[in-house]
Write a protein that binds this ligand. Structure first.
Ligand code: AQP
Length: 330
């Protein structure tokens, strides 16, 4: 365990998780757990940057944890925990807020996008979100962070904050690198394939939820937006079809060329039907396991308590270092 590189990653319980969260994050994590010392977190503190109904937040938090487990994340090999159970995250975030600049935070494109939807009352937490993310990562002396393109800017900011702190005092944080997965694509919105599939989208037909029943998955796929070309090609000019091919490749572990050749004499209806069945086949066993786990709250509690204990121990060490260097009496 000691010599393994550290990985940190998390998902917000800001809704029920999508096929994008599964194929873009969780499915890859299962492969990482053999080689790395992984911290997989349910980032509930991040979720409240947008207003959440308390009962939904509780439900979604446990569901995310159950999905991690049901997808094959092993509690003996990894540290699985709920972010709000480890107070060092909030404490370190305040300290790092004081080492971050308004200018650099204003340049974050996710802030620009998300704040536009908030009208005049933009929560300050939405603005400082990347500093909390920096704290999440830096507290565990993380080597690698699995990130999609959308999160690269936040990781770059984390690296800048870490270097700034290290230069001002003395080396305190490991400066993390991005981990770009070999497999795993960006899964796009089924109704607007130029946008990423997102759990907070207003149109339920635009996403597949990990917990969607088979008939719902089939219906959503049959309504997926394609184009008028009529031939199954893997090209940016046919983003809807490209997205369906990506989904097959991610689940089956085959190349885009293989998929295209399989559909040489077939149309979009066949493609959509097959994609639906492939998704159902992949998700069904996970759904059954999630339901079983959600009926066993005592076990889930055991998992998140054990994870919080380890995460608290490790993160406190870094937090104490930060406090000491800043000049707080200990
Ligand atoms: N469509 C996607 N394709 C590939 N990967 C995706 N991820 C999310 N959507 C896709 C990956 O899931 C992890 C974290 O997700 P998150 O829920 O913490 O934040 P997010 O990226 O903002 O996801 P959503 O669904 O769009 O959430 P909301 O709607 O609440 O903002 C990351 O590894 C991300 O790459």
């Amino acid at each position: 365990m000691e010599n393994k590189k550290v990985i940190f990653s998390g998902i917000q319980p800001s809704g029920s998780l999508t096929l994008g969260n599964y194929l873009g994050a969780i499915k890859n994590w299962v492969k990482l757990q053999e080689e790395y010392d992984c911290y997989f977190c349910v980032v509930d503190l991040h979720a409240i940057t947008v207003r959440q109904e308390p009962k939904d937040l509780r439900k979604n938090t446990l569901e995310v944890l159950a999905i991690y487990l049901a997808s094959g994340i092993d509690t003996d090999k990894n540290t699985l925990f709920i972010q709000s159970h480890v107070s060092a995250h909030s404490e370190a975030a305040w300290l790092l807020d004081c080492f971050s600049y308004v200018g650099e935070l204003s340049r974050m494109t996710q802030y620009k996008d998300k704040s536009q939807k908030q009208g005049d009352s933009i929560p300050a937490g939405l603005f400082t979100y990347p500093v909390l993310m920096a704290s999440d990562i830096l507290l565990y002396q993380t080597d690698l962070v699995p990130v999609g393109k959308d999160q690269m800017q936040h990781l770059e900011l984390t690296r800048n904050i870490a270097e700034r702190f290290n230069n001002l005092y003395s080396p305190t944080f490991k400066v993390p690198e991005p981990y770009i997965a070999k497999e795993g694509a960006k899964i796009m919105d089924l109704q607007d394939p130029t946008k990423k599939m997102s759990k907070s989208s207003e149109n339920p037909n635009s996403y597949i939820l990990i917990m969607d029943p088979p008939e719902v998955i089939r219906k959503k796929l049959s309504r997926a937006v394609t184009d008028s070309v009529g031939i199954v090609n893997y090209t940016d000019d046919q983003p809807g079809v490209k997205n369906l091919i990506d989904i097959i490749c991610c689940i089956k572990g085959i190349s885009t060329e293989e998929v295209v050749s399989q559909y040489a004499n077939k149309g979009y209806a066949d493609l959509k039907k097959d994609v639906a069945e492939i998704i159902v086949e992949e998700l069904f066993p996970i759904q059954e396991k999630v339901k079983e786990l959600l009926n066993n709250k005592a076990y889930l509690e055991e998992v998140y308590k054990k994870g919080a204990e380890k995460a608290n121990y490790i993160s406190r060490k870094t937090l104490r270092k930060m406090q000491k260097k800043i000049g707080f009496i200990q």
